[in-house]
Design a protein around this ligand. Structure first.
Ligand SMILES: [Zn+2]
Length: 280
């Protein structure tokens, strides 16, 4: 599933590519991807509106329109957003569900093989309330997310296991199964460690790795791991996949200590890999 770096990549690219464009027409091939009070309501608000701003909150892409409404999209497992200057037949897939046609002939295409993703329309003024109802934790790359803040949040969850907590969207927004494992490896802590067993030095290292890994992954335009559908808005795969240390590396030798064999365990229902030697 696309996590913070992937969704941030898409949002940044879209901000550059579609800001200021006018949506002339929408073409809907599968109505269920649209979550609105009615399909016509969605169509009426979106057609004719201009794109004011594109940004990200947690794993959602927010497109503010110039009519006081915003589109909130979630890619879930297999959603893709592609931008094309001109629509060609080869751009369309069996699982293309929605196409935004802009007035200059460029298009934004929404594909979703498994159909878990969605786009909602919400009044821009109601976005804060919407995020509050979702009980989203802070943004890890926000300047207010300091080491002190991280420590305060951790203190409230002493019995939680670090990797599961990092993935908890109400604790911290945007981190999922790939980056939570990579952060634990980076910080040399085993993913199943309980918060109340972590010493100060380890907490500091988890915090540093978290910021460093997310920032680097954004630079590399995210991760497209084996059997994942994530691509950026130009259809390119995420290059952070070449920097992964533990995710999908089970059975391989650890690249840091050269001694441990990466092990895969089940933690909170999710496959989790780590090095049993250099992660303590
Ligand atoms: Zn190791």
């Amino acid at each position: 599933m696309p996590e913070l770096p992937e969704v941030e990549t898409i949002s940044q690219q879209l901000a550059r590519k579609i800001k200021g464009k006018k949506i002339k027409k929408i073409e809907v091939r599968l109505k269920k991807v649209i979550q609105a009070r009615s399909f016509n309501f969605f169509k009426n608000q979106v057609e004719g509106a201009k794109i004011k701003k594109v940004w990200r909150r947690a794993k959602m892409i927010i497109i503010d329109l110039n009519n006081n409404y915003s589109l909130v999209g979630h890619l879930k497992l297999t959603g893709q957003l592609f931008f094309v200057k001109e629509l060609k037949p080869e751009n369309l897939k069996k699982y293309t569900h929605l196409i935004y046609h802009f007035s200059d002939k460029s298009c934004l295409i929404y594909n979703d093989l498994r159909q878990f993703g969605y786009v909602k329309i919400i009044k821009t003024a109601d976005l804060d309330k919407f995020f509050q109802e979702k009980k989203l934790g802070p943004e890890p790359l926000d300047k207010n997310f300091t080491l002190e803040k991280f420590k305060t949040l951790l203190k409230q969850k002493p019995r939680s296991r670090i990797k599961i907590l990092l993935m908890d969207q109400s604790f911290l927004a945007g981190i999922g199964n790939i980056y939570a494992q990579e952060i634990c490896w980076g910080a040399k802590v085993q993913p199943q460690r309980r918060i109340n067993t972590l010493i100060d030095k380890e907490i500091k290292l988890i915090y540093t790795c978290l910021i460093k890994i997310l920032k680097q992954a954004i630079k590399d335009k995210g991760t497209t791991a084996a059997d994942e559908h994530y691509q950026d808005t130009a259809g390119k795969k995420g290059k952070y996949v070449f920097k992964l240390k533990v995710y999908q590396k089970q059975g391989e030798k650890c690249s840091r200590c050269k001694k441990g064999m990466i092990q895969r365990i089940n933690l909170g229902g999710r496959g989790t890999s780590y090095c049993p030697i250099c992660q303590k």
